[in-house]
Design a binder for this molecule. Structure first.
Ligand code: 2HG
Ligand code: ZN
Length: 466
């Protein structure tokens, strides 16, 4: 792709649209916005714009579309597939000033929110009204709702409550050509035309800029019980997962952590827990609802299933602090690995009952290509994060041999009925593998949609497709 450079003339046009105070091109800002949380990748933008209204974004996009300047939208920069990396330079459209919860409609159990609101801030605001917005990525304390929509983020609660897309009813979107549209209606059922709302969700900032979100909410479940189940075999832990659902229970979280994941996180955060030498993996299982007696019975049933897969003694979190402790251990695995190692993170997903086969396959592929992997994730969804550690691999092997190993992992996922990414997106880092999941016709359909929305390919170029 050939794009134009941002000139001083462009900068003064941007300044006239959003005000001088919201246009940045100093070294410090360029450095900050050159990366997100994806590996150690860095691509400096030429200018960072922080608009406040959909109309301002519309004006900016009209200029960029006319002048052929690439625009990369950015939420909090917590993404793991490089979605917010300005790989062709140009403009970073930073959405941090879109940070208001416009309305929480308690009559309809809906909310109108801007995309720069932090996930947890929104969760807490609705909980205060007895309502629940379940999607809870590990980075919920810092990630923005707009980024969650862009990647169709999941998190532990997805296993019972679904992912981000399941809560989005309607969106205000600025198109790359500058028009401002609503994608649907504020209703729970909608059989009216193509589903533009769900086309935008998960489109990784390539089709339009989300400026308002209408969410549906549900009543907040008041009780939770949490158990940590140690296993002598990681594969057995994976096999136990689908057995719980077959026994008629849907936990509100069902997370898998292999031994290495816990060891890394314990080096990084203080969690008071003893893990025996012979324990190879854990399942962290939560049930929720409003009736403690029912939840106790669910836990008894789950325990019975677990003991059938040769687990060690199950730990029940007794207090809120203990629950928080266990969740902290789980949520901070990615961060712990990131801060200790050069690594690549794959976001594999397969039908839940194939998880053990996937884990075994990943380890075999690792042995074949000489890499170590740390596996953890949302086992109840068949969604396993595979962190590949560079360790002793030479730069040469890391850059040339490893992609072949990753290719084999994804081929295995697809063979098992799964796909490349469950919740992190394709972005910049996974796009070379799209041919494993889709043939040319399927990819052409997607590229056709992209071109219809963004004829000059100015919006988040270099993502999803090669
Ligand atoms: C996890 O399950 C996440 O730990 C890491 O997928 C992503 O930063 C995040 O939320
Ligand atoms: Zn995850």
């Amino acid at each position: 792709m050939q794009y134009s450079k941002v000139t001083p003339e462009h900068i003064s046009i941007f300044q006239s649209i959003i005000g001088k105070d919201h246009v940045f091109y100093d070294e410090e800002n360029i450095k900050h916005y050159a990366h997100d949380e994806t590996e150690d990748l860095k691509f400096p933008p030429e200018v960072i714009l922080k608009p406040r209204t959909a109309e301002e974004i519309s004006e900016i996009l009209k200029v960029c579309n006319k002048e052929n300047i690439p625009v990369t939208p950015r939420g909090a920069g917590t993404g793991l597939s490089g979605g917010a990396l300005p790989v062709y330079g140009g403009v970073i459209l930073a959405m941090e000033r879109f940070n208001s919860i416009i309305a929480i409609d308690e009559r309809n159990l809906q909310a109108t929110v801007e995309p720069g609101v932090i996930n947890q801030v929104f969760q807490e605001a609705v909980i205060a009204k007895g309502l629940f917005y379940p999607p809870d990525p590990a980075s919920k304390g810092s990630c923005f709702l707009g980024g969650n929509l862009a990647e169709n983020a999941g998190g532990p609660k997805a296993v019972k409550y679904g992912v981000t897309k399941d809560y989005v009813l309607n969106l205000e979107v600025v198109l790359p050509t500058g028009e401002i549209i609503w994608t649907g209606a504020n209703v729970l059922k909608n059989a009216t035309g193509y589903n533009l709302t769900q086309l935008i969700v998960g489109s990784e900032g390539t089709l339009g800029i989300i400026t308002k979100i209408i969410f549906r909410l549900i009543p907040y479940p008041t009780q939770t019980l949490l158990m940590l189940v140690p296993f002598f075999s990681a594969e057995k832990a994976c096999e136990a997962v689908s057995a719980v659902f077959r026994a008629g229970i849907t936990p509100s979280a069902m997370e898998f952590m292999e031994r290495d994941a816990i060891d890394w996180v314990l080096k990084f955060v203080e969690v008071n827990i003893e893990i025996k030498e012979n324990i190879k993996a854990h399942l962290l299982i939560e049930v929720d609802g409003n009736d403690l007696d029912v939840l106790m019975k669910d836990c008894e049933k789950i325990s019975e299933v677990m003991y059938g897969f040769e687990c060690d003694e199950i730990l029940f979190a007794e207090t809120a602090a203990q629950k928080e402790n266990l969740w902290k251990m789980r949520r901070r695995v990615a961060e712990a690995v990131r801060s200790h190692a050069v690594y690549k993170e794959e976001d594999t997903v397969v039908p839940r009952a194939e998880l053990a086969v996937l884990l075994k396959g990943v380890k075999e592929i690792g042995t074949k290509y000489g890499f170590r992997s740390v596996c953890y994730g949302h086992a109840g969804d068949g969604n396993m994060h595979v962190n590949i550690i560079k360790e002793n691999l030479s730069d040469e092997d890391w850059n040339t041999k490893l992609p072949l190993g990753i290719r084999e992992i994804f081929e295995l996922c697809v063979k098992l009925g799964g796909t490349l990414s469950g919740e992190h997106g394709i972005g910049w880092v996974q796009k070379n593998y799209m041919d494993i999941a889709f043939n040319e016709k399927q990819l052409d359909l997607m590229k056709g949609i992209k071109t219809l929305f963004d004829p000059n390919h100015i919006l988040n170029p270099g993502k999803i497709f090669v």
